[in-house]
Structures are given as structure tokens and as C-alpha cells.
Design a protein around this ligand. Structure first.
Ligand SMILES: [Zn+2]
Length: 445
């Protein structure tokens, strides 16, 4: 019993969190002419990520919290479509990639290595070969068990010629990849549209406006695909969006993109740039035929499964939402994935108002017990620093709300400053009003 009450009142203290703020990239790791994006600069300077070598970043504890929240959204939406999570090895036998032809077609972006027996492996950028060989090896899997939907959330590798923009285009990144197996093309299309709906929900829950476009199948192949993009100046994909009906497409699909006219309504299309954060593909039997990825059909015979594959770049989402929402040196996080939702700051030790410090832990307890704030309250308990300095850091890191326990907490009716960093509004509220306000804030998200 005590345990559960104790858990309910849990909050975090910034003094105990490893967050190396203002960590500048070392010159040896960044070439002078490397383009720097806003998200790269801010995520490094606020100690959320750290550049470890060219195109490779450590996700520090705050970055880990953001990643975990993205994973939770994805896991919940995957459960709702009966997809099951697994983990495949990061290394895939090169033999499988030779069978599908991608060993050669992927080119130098493919990272590979040899083990002590001189066997070759791919440090996988994607797992179509690996998952299809799994289906092959567990044969016979009955048609009754289809559709089968398997996904993982793991590190992926791509040996970019020029890694850039931090987590937007790096060499090691975290991706969620889902693979589906069906009996027929018709059933695979049903599954495809079910998963696309789940993807719409994932991006709706992240809460940043996104654009879904007909996509380019590229090196993955297959019959059709859709891409999910965030509109951003640094985006590397050119998209055409219809002024009339909002229909959108990747410009790579059109041979003449100069005078593009919407195929649905005939209106002119605007050209914008996007960061691709999700991609869905209907693959057909492109992988199951050559790799023997078969299920057992009604007649008891092996038959190649009709596949789909679906990716979300989690670390890329982390950076891309910053590119979309942030306009100054203060990060704006979407509510659902902010590293903490509220940062509480008390008076500097030895200051005249130091007597009100007791309110800090009290507010942390009360706020932690409100629905939507469990485990999401952090106290900046570095009391040797001024309130101003800590508010500045909290704004830069992008906690949606900052509560300041300062001078006005000494009044007969103690007043607390509430700063909503997302809108840059602030006001003074009594204890009761503060709790009411925060309860409402969580409900309206
Ligand atoms: Zn249109």
C-alpha cells in the first residue's frame, strides 16, 4: 500500500539528471562547412543529444524520455491493429541481401562487416530480407494465422555520404518498422489501409501537422506507397500540394513538376519541402518470392505471402518536430512527447523569499497526482542558481509549463507564476487556480 502511494507522488529533480547544457560540438567532430539545422543546434545545446562521431549521436536521458514517449504512442496504436512486437538482430546475413539484389543496388550507403569466419553481414538499414527469411524458416504457417503483423523498434544504419542536420540525416537512427503478410493482393490492400489509418493516428497523437502524400517506392520497391512528411525549410523532399483539394504528391513521381495541376480537381499545386518521417509500402511478393517467404494455403501448399512494410523514423521525428514548431532559441515540444510537462522552480537559497521553498515539493506532489502528469513533473532543485537563470534554461529545453515559486508566494494568499512556454503567456495563480488550470490543460490536449 505504501509503495503505491509513494509511486503516485514521484517527481524528478534536475540536479540528478545528466543534462550537459551548452555542450558545443567538438571541432574535430564537425567539419566547419557542415550545414547545421536548428534542431541539431538546440538538441545538442540543451543536452538532449550529444554528437559522438560524424552522423552518430548519443540520446542522453532527456532524449531517452522523448523516445520512450514516441514508443508508447506507437506501441498503443500497433496493439489496436493486433500487430506484435519482436526484435530482429541488427546484423543480417549478406547472403539474403544478395538473393534480393539489394546487396548491389543499395550501393555505398549499406554498412557491412565480416565476422571471424569471414561471413559477411549487413548492419541493417531495413529488415525486409530478415523478416521474410523468418517466415520461410518457420514454415508451415497456416493461412488461418494471417494477416500476420510484426514490428520492431531498433537502431538502423545508413552510411550517408554527408550526414547532416543532426538527427534528420544521420548514420545510426531509431526506427519502427512493421511488416505484414497476407494471403492475396486484395487482403494485403485491406491490411495496408488499416495500417495507414493507424499511422494517421500515430501522427495525429504526436500533434504536429503532417502531410500524407503518394510516395516514391525507391529502393524498397513494391506497387505503391505513401509518405508522411513534416513541412520544413530544411526538408529534402519536394512535395506538391493542391490549393483546391489538399491532395499531395511527392514531386519525384511526376515527370513534369513545373506546371503541375492536380489530377483530382484540376487546381494548381504549390511546391513545398518536407521532411519524410514515415513511409508505407505495398510490396506484393517482391521479397517473399525470391526468399521463399510462404504460408500454407487452404490446399496445404506453400504460397508466397503478399507483404507490406511500414516505417516511422523515431529519432528523425524528434528532430523534425523541433524544426516545425520552434522559431527561436527556445524549443517547443508537442505536449505528448515533451521530456517533462512541467518544471517547478523555487527561490534561490539564501534569498529573501527562501522561506517559501516548502511550496516547491508540495506543488510537485499535487501536480504529479493529477491525471496526465504522472512521472512528468521535474523540479529544478539547483537552488544555488537564480530563478531567472533556471527559467531561461527551462524555456530553452522546452517544458510546456514552468511554475515559479517566488516572491509572491509569500503573500497572504500565495501566488505562483505559471509560464506557458508554447504560447509564451504567463500569469499569477493561487494554489487552487493553478491546480484547476493544470488539470484543464491536460484534459484539453
Ligand atoms: Zn486538387
Amino acid at each position: 500500500m505504501y509503495q503505491s502511494i509513494h509511486r503516485l507522488y514521484h517527481h524528478h529533480c534536475l540536479s540528478k539528471i545528466f543534462q550537459p547544457v551548452n555542450l558545443k560540438p567538438k571541432d574535430s567532430n564537425v567539419k566547419k562547412d557542415e550545414p547545421m539545422s536548428l534542431s541539431q543546434k538546440l538538441l545538442v545545446e540543451t543536452g538532449i543529444i550529444s554528437l559522438r562521431s560524424n552522423g552518430m549521436f548519443a540520446l542522453l536521458p532527456l532524449g531517452q524520455r522523448i523516445l520512450k514517449k514516441l514508443m508508447m504512442i506507437i506501441d498503443e496504436e500497433m496493439i489496436s491493429v493486433s500487430a506484435q512486437r519482436l526484435t530482429l538482430p541488427l546484423l543480417t546475413s549478406a547472403d539474403l541481401w544478395k538473393i534480393t539484389g539489394r546487396w548491389n543496388s543499395t550501393g555505398q550507403e549499406l554498412l557491412s562487416l565480416q565476422d571471424r569466419h569471414n561471413r559477411e553481414y549487413v548492419l541493417s538499414p531495413t529488415h525486409e530480407e530478415a523478416i521474410t527469411s523468418l517466415l520461410r524458416d518457420v514454415y508451415p504457417l497456416s493461412f488461418r494465422q494471417l494477416p500476420l503483423k510484426l514490428y520492431q523498434i531498433t537502431s538502423k544504419f545508413r552510411d550517408e555520404m554527408k550526414p547532416r542536420f543532426g538527427l534528420i540525416r544521420c548514420r545510426e537512427f531509431v526506427m519502427k518498422d512493421l511488416y505484414t503478410f497476407d494471403e492475396s493482393e486484395a487482403k494485403a490492400i485491406e491490411t495496408y489501409s488499416e495500417i495507414c489509418n493507424a499511422y494517421d493516428k500515430i501522427f495525429q497523437r504526436i500533434g504536429v501537422p503532417f502531410i500524407k502524400v503518394a510516395g516514391d517506392c525507391g529502393n524498397i520497391g513494391g506497387s505503391f506507397s505513401h509518405e508522411y512528411h513534416y513541412q520544413a525549410v530544411i526538408g529534402e523532399d519536394t512535395l506538391l500540394v493542391c490549393h483546391g483539394c489538399q491532395e499531395a504528391t511527392n514531386a519525384q513521381l511526376l515527370s513534369d513538376s513545373v506546371n503541375a495541376v492536380c489530377s483530382k480537381c484540376g487546381s494548381d499545386m504549390a511546391t513545398i519541402t518536407g521532411i519524410e518521417v514515415g513511409h508505407t509500402f505495398l510490396l506484393g511478393t517482391k521479397y517473399s518470392e525470391p526468399l521463399g517467404g510462404c504460408y500454407q494455403n487452404k490446399q496445404g501448399k506453400p504460397e508466397a505471402a503478399h507483404m507490406g512494410c511500414y516505417g516511422v523514423g523515431l529519432t528523425r521525428v524528434m528532430a523534425a518536430v523541433v524544426e516545425v514548431l520552434t522559431t527561436s532559441d527556445n524549443i517547443i515540444w508537442p505536449w505528448e512527447i515533451a521530456p517533462f510537462k512541467v518544471c517547478i522552480i523555487g527561490p534561490k537559497e539564501g534569498s529573501l523569499e527562501a522561506g517559501v521553498t516548502r511550496w516547491v515539493n508540495h506543488l510537485a506532489k499535487v501536480l504529479s497526482s493529477l491525471p496526465g502528469y504522472e512521472d512528468d513533473i521535474v523540479v529544478d532543485d539547483r537552488h544555488r542558481l537564480t530563478i531567472g537563470k533556471r527559467v531561461l534554461e527551462a524555456r530553452r529545453t522546452g517544458y510546456p509549463y514552468i511554475v515559479v515559486v517566488g516572491k509572491k508566494a509569500q503573500e497572504d494568499v500565495p501566488m505562483f507564476e505559471l509560464i506557458h512556454t508554447t504560447t509564451d503567456e504567463s500569469c499569477y495563480l493561487s494554489h487552487h487556480m493553478l491546480i484547476t488550470h493544470m488539470r484543464g490543460a491536460a484534459q484539453n490536449k
